[in-house]
Design a binder for this molecule. Structure first.
Ligand SMILES: Cc1cc2nc3c(=O)[nH]c(=O)nc-3n(C[C@H](O)[C@H](O)[C@H](O)COP(=O)(O)OP(=O)(O)OC[C@H]3O[C@@H](n4cnc5c(N)ncnc54)[C@H](O)[C@@H]3O)c2cc1C
Length: 595
């Protein structure tokens, strides 16, 4: 394969202005600028960008419809966030398994649930109000077909009725959630398969993605690892048609032609600080512990490449609204990556990037949370944003104003308080530290040493006094030193609340444990960003739409990089991959032009 060294001059020369701007991090959009490369290194019909929840169904469906397909994957492994996930998959609408268990469901019911303006979250935010009806209708109409397709492509689910165990945003009218079994594939979290007796009784995203990887390979789909798509090429002669991509591989440019279509399945934008701050200016650099990282990033590369040729974003409220899993409390302490359902253990293929597994927090009464200045900010035991689930609104009367009234109002403000900051003009909240003592370590049965905690990179500290601990907290996101007197005073005041049984500052219910016995610890406990819920505008066929409402020919998108659909997780991604793959394969090939 011919490859070229990347230099700024080369890009401008070979990639054309728009492609070069995107490649080099610019975001200019000029849909009229031709950007055909001098030569193609590879060709295919359908080029899928991203080997995750959206990319695999898209690639296999397109291949089975007769198209030549290539998948590009930025990392040196497949699976994206999907393989790290719990695998809980709410595809319903009347699946064979729902029928087997006597559950009534239909495409119309799925559509009705996901467009019900009257469903609000426990903190008052509407869950489905800003969903795009065209996109939801397409999802509802393909939900069952996608599920049956997964069954036919080697995914095995727990042998039980659909339920609601994953619990979030999955509609209110029927149990829909299924759980793919792990089988004997090594988990990315540990590098080992689960114990033999649990292989068909436990589930995760591994059980979803490994069979799809096998299906893609047996269908003859090449998966090019460490190929990071950087820019989209369009046809010249004034056309807006997308005809291929520029990818980066081992520091070189690879130009790949897509005769029919490019499908963006890159998984969202929450890992790109500038991009995510368009939706929420508070999400500054300190939120560096994304769920799913460091296995893969959500770097907005798909969105940026499409926006550089005029694509529109869609449904931005869905990213801004404070609900669901979008921002969460950390589930572990003392490590950069601290999502509650994901611990990176030694043996994981990405442990060298994760550096530590984190201390799983069982009881928030065991710690005191402080901001950068060593001050408490909220009740540590309070909840994060919550999400609706089956029968949470009970009784549920579709599209009735009564649903909102029946909802128990719970503000769930921990995350909002943690992001409030210290009043110095910085937009984000800064690091949040969990302060605890030797007694808490005993109660939680923690072993606060590597590989459980990451002291080397400043995510964990210990000292014999609280004042010494505050002085030790030096790391890139701690913008100002923590005043030792503040931390000492905060803990003394907190200990007095344990004596009185009354947290006068934040109403933490009857704090039972003082922080008194050395050594004392400070462990990273900053909120974690999870989902992307706003992305590129698409239509019912998953074609990307520009700022004028016109389809960009030859460009498709699905999953977390697509907007207009406020639903957590895998189901929409798999379904949109399924839809995009079908339509991309049916495109007429673009005529080859010679420069
Ligand atoms: C810990 C965790 C648990 C979860 N649990 C659940 C659950 O139980 N149920 C549920 O429904 N959802 C769950 N989710 C969410 C779910 O995994 C995601 O919503 C889903 O995987 C998103 O699919 P996607 O195709 O958009 O992106 P991904 O699955 O992340 O795939 C995107 C792929 O694109 C690649 N890529 C990105 N940029 C480029 C580029 N420029 N060039 C080439 N490749 C690129 C990435 O490396 C990645 O492999 C969970 C997520 C996490 C992190």
């Amino acid at each position: 394969m011919a490859k070229h060294k990347i230099s700024r001059r080369d890009w401008v020369k070979t990639a054309g202005a728009a492609g070069a701007a995107a490649m080099l991090g610019g975001q200019q959009s000029d849909a009229q600028t031709p950007s055909r490369p001098r030569r193609w290194d590879r060709e295919t019909d359908v080029l899928v960008i991203g080997a995750g929840a959206t990319g695999f169904p898209a690639a296999i469906v397109a291949r089975e419809a007769g198209a030549d397909v290539i998948v590009l994957e930025a990392e040196n492994h497949i699976g994206g966030h999907a393989i790290c996930s719990g695998g809980n998959l709410p595809l319903g609408g009347g699946t064979s398994v729902q029928k087997k268990h006597g559950i009534e469901d239909s495409a119309d019911l799925v559509f009705r649930d996901l467009t019900d303006w009257s469903v609000v979250q426990p903190n008052g935010f509407p869950d489905y109000r800003y969903n795009d009806r065209e996109i939801i209708r397409a999802y509802a109409d393909h939900c069952t077909a996608t599920f049956e397709w997964l069954l036919a492509h080697g995914v095995t689910f727990l042998d039980k009725a659909p339920d609601n165990l994953g619990g979030s945003s999955i509609g209110n009218s029927a149990p829909r959630e299924m759980h793919p079994v792990n089988l004997d594939y090594p988990l990315v979290q540990t590098g080992k398969p689960v114990e033999a007796q649990r292989r068909t009784t436990s589930s995760s995203g591994n059980g979803l993605m490994r069979p799809l990887e096998a299906a893609a390979k047996s269908a003859g789909v090449p998966i090019l690892l460490q190929h990071r798509m950087k820019a989209l090429y369009r046809d010249d002669a004034g056309s807006t048609r997308v005809i291929g991509v520029a990818a980066e591989h081992e520091g070189k440019v690879v130009n790949i032609r897509a005769r029919k279509a490019v499908i963006i399945a890159t998984g969202g934008s929450s890992g790109n600080v500038n991009f995510r701050r368009m939706f929420d200016p508070r999400l500054t650099e300190e939120y560096c512990g994304l769920a799913g990282m460091p296995y893969s990033n959500q770097d907005a590369s798909g969105e940026l490449a499409a926006m550089a040729i005029g694509a529109s974003l869609w449904g931005a409220y869905n990213q801004t609204g404070e609900f669901g899993e979008t921002l969460t409390k950390p589930g572990t302490l003392g490590a950069q990556y601290s999502y509650r359902n994901l611990r990176w253990m030694p043996g994981s293929p990405v442990f060298d990037k994760a550096h530590a597994s984190g201390l799983p927090i069982g009881d928030w009464q065991n710690i005191v949370l402080v901001n950068m200045l060593g001050e408490r900010f909220y009740d540590e035991t309070a909840g994060q944003y919550t999400a609706n689930s089956y029968r949470r609104v009970d009784p549920y009367t579709p599209h009735s104003y009564l649903n909102g009234k029946r909802n128990k109002y719970e503000p769930n403000d921990w995350v909002a308080a943690a992001l409030a900051g210290i009043g110095d003009g910085h937009n984000g909240g800064g690091p949040i530290w969990a302060i605890f003592d030797a007694d808490a370590v005993t109660r939680e049965q923690w072993n606060p040493v590597p590989p459980n905690v990451d002291g080397e990179r400043g995510f964990f500290f210990s000292a014999d006094t609280l004042a010494a601990l505050a002085k030790k907290i030096v790391m890139q996101h701690q913008r100002v030193p923590m005043p030792p007197d503040n931390l000492v005073a905060t803990i003394a005041r907190f200990n007095s609340f344990v004596d009185s049984g009354n947290d006068e500052d934040f109403g933490r219910p009857k704090p039972p444990y003082k922080v008194t016995r050395a050594p004392f610890y400070a462990a990273w406990a900053t909120p974690v960003i999870h989902d992307t819920r706003a992305g590129l505008r698409i239509n019912a066929e998953c074609q990307v739409v520009d700022l004028n409402g016109a389809v960009i020919p030859g460009l498709y998108c699905g999953g977390e990089s697509a907007g207009g659909f406020s639903m957590h997780g895998l189901a929409r991604c798999m379904c949109q991959g399924f839809i995009a793959g079908r339509h991309a394969a049916a495109e007429k090939p673009a005529a080859q032009k010679h420069s």
